[in-house]
Design a protein around this ligand. Structure first.
Ligand code: BES
Ligand code: MN
Ligand code: ZN
Length: 519
């Protein structure tokens, strides 16, 4: 609009930097920094040199999990504590490499010796390499697109030492690790971008520019088209804004797809609450992140071709900001959603479910793949403050009408260490969504907000196998914390990428909860 934005501004800076990853069978030499994993008990690794446990303890290093100590030299040696049990899972390895990367924050060339870990443990070398790359790249991530000077030394090279006999297996993990780190970084970039720099229109331009590079088709729907399509939820939320909404449809179509998956992302570019205005506090100030669901879907889809995803996938990004103004929707207004259901708006701050409802209906109507509706729908949204109350900032809420989808989401959460916890889709609360004037209200009572929001969405999936991720609590990190850098976490991008890569259409009927509207 009238405020000038630097035309050279790059909304996806992560795409212009690539880390080189090399696999070696020899220890690191020369400049840079090397990680040495140190267990809290037993013999010290040879790379620690002449220092004994007493000397390390005197320097404050007891090899507790993720504790670090930098020893001068070339290469710089960073001791990384692995606690009493050592590194047992890929999540612990990702964390340990992230701790190393943060301790060596100025260094452009990092080396990690994974040979003992891989030779002695029960590891798939590819999984270990992937986790190490993600840990390093994501810990080094910092959003500095709007800083006059860069604030991070780029990670130029990551050398990973693996046993000779595992080189081939390890190579599988290099490409995956780089693709998934890039994927999460893309999601972070777009979410970290201020709302003035990335409104719905600009986001659509970015997707149109970036997605084709990754083998994706993009269609952007503007205000007139959204009106024609009857996306009443998206239009209602957009009504208070001077900026147009966008619905962005992204299609991934491999040859001979094995199934069809729909992904819906909440793209509230900025959530002021609307007429139900949010108080001006830190939470409100974080509402540029309210498009993280859409950011995660977009970012995840950029990985599909390189990950060899076998299913057709259609992404639906529902984008607008939510503003108060003379033209904003009012409390008591009734919206007619795509598909004809009517919704009484009793709180304009419960806007996410309104835009998501239209996206869900669009997905259920889509028979572009094999003439059938999608095999499954997964939606992702920064939907409720209540999920933060229930699960905190490290675990997202998951609700599903289908046990197979829930299990596949749990597996993807495990692989990505983007943790989720399933909450019940308890239909006894459905009656709280009743309205005197419309088919339903957009809010229920004071308790169980995560479930109420999911029950609202459930009204629009028409019994299609469906999973819902509420990422309001996990969308941002208030400080640098291992591989989560301050700002947007990119939560959901890697999870959805892993989910799509392993996706199998659920078997008919089994586990599907068709009790859509228990009135
Ligand atoms: N975008 C917010 C949810 C949110 C809250 C995300 C905190 C991240 C951090 C959402 O649109 C919202 O305002 N939800 C309301 C729903 C309520 C009015 C039923 C909420 O959680 O207060
Ligand atoms: Mn809101
Ligand atoms: Zn919102």
């Amino acid at each position: 609009m009238s405020v000038q934005i630097d035309s050279a501004f790059d909304p996806v800076p992560s795409l212009s930097h690539a880390t080189r990853v090399s696999l070696t069978t020899e220890p690191a030499t020369g400049p840079g920094a090397q990680a040495v994993f140190v267990p809290a008990e037993g013999d010290l690794p040879a790379a620690v040199g002449t220092l004994d446990r007493d000397a390390l303890a005197a320097a404050g290093f007891k090899a507790g999990s993720k504790q670090t100590l930098v020893l001068p030299g070339s290469p710089l040696t960073v001791l990384v504590g692995t606690g009493k049990n050592g590194i047992e899972t890929d999540a612990e390895l990702r964390d340990a490499v992230a701790a190393f990367t943060r301790a060596a924050r100025e260094i452009g060339h990092l080396s990690v010796d994974l040979s003992e870990l891989i030779a002695e443990g029960d590891w798939d070398a590819g999984v270990a390499v992937q986790a190490a790359i993600e840990g390093a790249a994501l810990a080094r991530y910092r959003y500095d697109a709007l800083k006059s000077e860069p604030i991070t030394a780029p990670l130029e090279e990551l050398s990973l030492q693996v046993p000779t006999e595992f080189i081939e297996e390890a190579e599988q993990g290099v490409a995956r690790g780089l693709v998934l780190a890039r994927t999460a970084s893309i999601a972070r970039d777009v979410a970290n971008t201020p709302p003035r720099h990335l409104n719905a229109d600009k986001f659509a331009e970015v997707v149109e520019q970036v997605a084709p590079e990754f083998g994706l088709d993009v269609e952007v729907f503007d205000l007139a088209q959204i009106e024609e399509m009857g996306l009443g939820g998206l239009l209602g939320v957009n009504a208070g804004s001077i900026e147009e909404p966008r619905m962005i449809k992204i299609s991934y179509r491999p040859a001979d797809p094995e199934g069809h998956l729909a992904l819906i992302g909440k793209g509230i570019m900025y959530d002021s609450g609307g007429i139900s205005l949010k108080p001006s506090n830190a939470m409100h100030a974080a509402m540029k992140f309210d498009m993280m669901g859409a950011g995660a879907v977009f970012a995840a889809m950029t990985s599909f071709a390189e990950l060899g995803v076998q299913s057709a996938v259609t992404g639906w990004l529902m984008c607008t900001d939510n503003m108060p103004s003379g033209s904003a929707m009012k409390l008591g207004d009734v919206l007619t959603m795509r598909g004809g259901k009517t919704v009484e708006v009793k709180n304009t701050d419960a806007e996410g479910r309104l835009v998501m409802a239209d996206g869900l209906v669009l997905a259920t109507e889509d028979t572009s793949v094999s003439g059938q509706r999608p095999d499954a729908i997964v939606d992702i949204a920064t939907l409720t403050g209540a999920v933060m109350g229930a699960l905190g900032t490290r675990t997202a809420g998951m609700l599903a009408n289908n046990d197979q989808i829930a299990a596949q989401l749990e597996a993807a959460a495990e692989a990505s260490d983007e943790n989720i916890w399933r909450l019940p889709l308890d239909h006894r609360y459905r009656e709280q969504l009743k309205s005197n004037v419309a088919d339903m209200s957009n809010i229920g009572g004071s308790y169980g907000g995560v479930i109420l929001a999911a029950l609202f969405l459930n009204e629009f999936v028409d019994g299609t196998p469906w999973g819902h991720l509420d990422i309001a609590g996990t969308m941002q990190s208030e400080s640098d914390d291992l591989w989560r850098s301050v700002g947007s976490t990119g939560f959901g991008a890697r999870l959805l990428a892993e989910f799509a890569a392993a996706f199998e259409a659920p078997e008919a009927a089994e586990g599907t909860d068709t009790d859509a509207s228990a009135e």
